[in-house]
Write a protein that binds this ligand. Structure first.
Ligand code: ATP
Ligand code: MG
Length: 432
């Protein structure tokens, strides 16, 4: 019989992978907590309609949806923002605002597997519900940037835009929803040729409006160039106020100590999820190549679609797997999660004492492993060397009689006898 394979686009994680992932996960969690966000968790599957209502055609096409044994339409979550809004409306809507929550969980999309694109992947994200102040927007962007920086990511590029600018023009021109979403989708996918063909075929646009849209989607500015840039859409109220807010939020990022030279004002950002409607931002790591986007976020409206009272909402999701890939690519050193000490009891007599020593070491906070196959010292030492522990503690009959152990420094190879009652002090000295 052939060995059963795992599904396409999914991955197993070996201990060395998990050690790296946990290290980074803890940093991301810590950052969110540090800014006053609290963790929530939602189910891996939901009623399918939660994702069908407004996520956009792309997400629906990628949805792992199925009927359960009672004919309910369910779906594995493709993202965690909609579930968070569902949870908020069910349990948290009367909490003092703003409500600030974060999550870390897996998401599922039926995508063509390739580098940086999987069918099961992990997202770390957060949502701020109940404020649309510029400082709230800037804080959310800041947490994303800082979390990535604290994780050790270098060379990140933050692009910020505002969907209100384009939407203002679309509205002024009287573009139907379907045409708007076609344009936004082409924009998000970076399919420039098709986008221009589509733009030219929209007959609702005046020549002026069409030029304006083309101009906007080509606008990329550094903070330093902002003052000399003249926004041309001042005649369109919605676009002009979106622009103003974008600039205010971007400027305030300075006080949040976000490196200003990493920021690009990019009016080309559309976002794949259709429920975004205000400020939007993306963070790229150029080293990753095609799938270089490690974070996407912005302001969106979902609450009213789920039958709730509208409230301003803004959030982001970091693609955790791409972040790990970027950190590996950039050569970030990861710390070892290996035990420091390996205890080798030699012979039946020494076994109980060996277990006791290992237990005492663990109780004082020293990570300790133990020989579990009853092997002799030489085989056992080889095994310990392979594990990468710093010290081996050998306790045999002669040691037992003298109430001491042999401590071997696995790096230098040095051996010394240490009294059992002095062992803990001995390792503390070495910061084992
Ligand atoms: P892309 O344009 O790369 O498909 P997206 O716009 O679909 O990304 P979002 O829905 O904003 O992505 O999800 C947030 C982050 O999750 C992305 O920036 C990316 O890092 C990560 N991500 C999205 N889809 C996948 C996937 N299939 N595999 C791995 N990571 C993913
Ligand atoms: Mg996608």
């Amino acid at each position: 019989m052939s060995v059963i394979q795992k599904p396409r686009g999914t991955r197993d994680f070996l201990p060395e992978d998990m050690a790296k992932r946990r290290e980074i996960e803890e940093i991301l969690r810590g950052t969110a907590q540090f800014f006053g966000y609290s963790e929530i968790s939602t189910p891996a599957f939901e009623n399918a309609e939660l994702f069908i209502i407004k996520s956009g055609q792309e997400i629906v096409d990628q949805l792992y949806s199925f009927k359960d044994k009672s004919d309910r339409e369910l779906a594995l979550r493709p993202e965690l923002t909609a579930p968070t809004m569902r949870l908020y409306l069910a349990e948290m809507k009367s909490a003092p605002q703003p409500v600030k929550v974060y999550y870390f969980g897996n998401a599922f999309r039926y995508e063509r597997p390739q580098k940086g694109r999987f069918r099961e992947f992990w997202q770390f994200g957060l949502e701020l519900i109940g404020s649309d102040s510029v400082e709230a927007e800037a804080e959310v962007i800041t947490v994303a940037v800082k979390a990535l920086m604290y994780a050790g990511l270098k060379n990140l590029e933050l692009r910020i835009g505002h969907l209100g600018i384009l939407k203002g023009i679309f509205k002024e021109a009287g573009l139907p929803e379907t045409k708007q979403s076609t344009l936004m989708k082409l924009l998000d996918k970076g399919e420039t040729d098709d986008l221009y063909i589509e733009l030219d075929s929209v007959d609702e646009f005046s020549a002026e409006q069409r030029d304006l849209v083309k101009n906007i989607i080509n606008t990329k500015l550094k903070i330093a160039d902002l003052d000399s840039y003249k926004a041309e859409f001042t005649g369109i109220k919605e676009s002009a106020s979106a622009w103003e807010k974008l600039i205010e939020t971007t400027k305030i990022l300075n006080y949040f100590q976000v490196p200003q030279d990493s920021i690009i004002i990019d009016l080309n950002i559309a976002r794949g999820l259709e429920y975004y409607d205000g400020i939007v931002f993306e963070i790229d790591v150029p080293e990753l190549g095609a799938e270089k986007q490690v974070c996407g976020g912005g302001a969106y409206s979902l609450l009213e679609l789920f039958g709730g009272k509208p409230a301003p909402t803004i959030g982001f999701a970091i693609g955790f797997d791409r972040l790990i890939m970027a950190l590996e690519e950039q050569g970030r050193p990861f710390s070892s999660m290996k035990p420091s000490v390996f205890v080798i009891p030699v012979g039946k007599e020494a076994l109980s004492k060996g277990i006791e020593i290992a237990s005492d070491l663990r109780a004082t906070g020293i990570a300790t492993d133990l020989e579990l196959k009853g092997r002799g010292p030489s085989k056992s030492l080889k095994f310990a060397a392979n594990l990468g522990v710093k010290f081996a503690v050998i306790i045999g009959e002669s040691e037992l009689a003298e109430n001491n152990v042999t401590v071997k420094n696995m790096e230098s190879g040095d051996q010394e006898k240490v009294k059992i009652q002095e062992l803990i002090e001995h390792f503390k000295k070495f910061k084992a």
